[in-house]
Design a protein. Structure first.
Length: 74
């Protein structure tokens, strides 16, 4: 089993560690900590990158904010 947890460090609690221990009882696990970069994630997906670029161009033309819901990309 593999899981990824993305969390703000301000929200880390002892309960999270206990939750991990319950998910992987009596196992040796690898825990990798890295800063999450949403831009890198978006650009790694061609569909998302294309959508981002289109919206940047639209913003440049109209000079007004563009609001997008996550479910519009899925």
């Amino acid at each position: 089993m593999e899981t990824t947890i993305q969390i703000n460090t301000d929200l880390l609690t002892p309960e999270i560690m206990e939750g991990i221990k319950k998910m992987f009882p009596h196992k040796t696990v690898d825990i990798t900590i890295q800063s999450a970069d949403d831009t890198e994630y978006i650009l790694s997906n061609p569909r998302y990158a294309n959508e981002l670029n289109e919206r940047i161009e639209e913003y440049k033309r109209k000079k007004e904010a563009i609001f997008l819901k996550l479910d519009e990309l899925l």
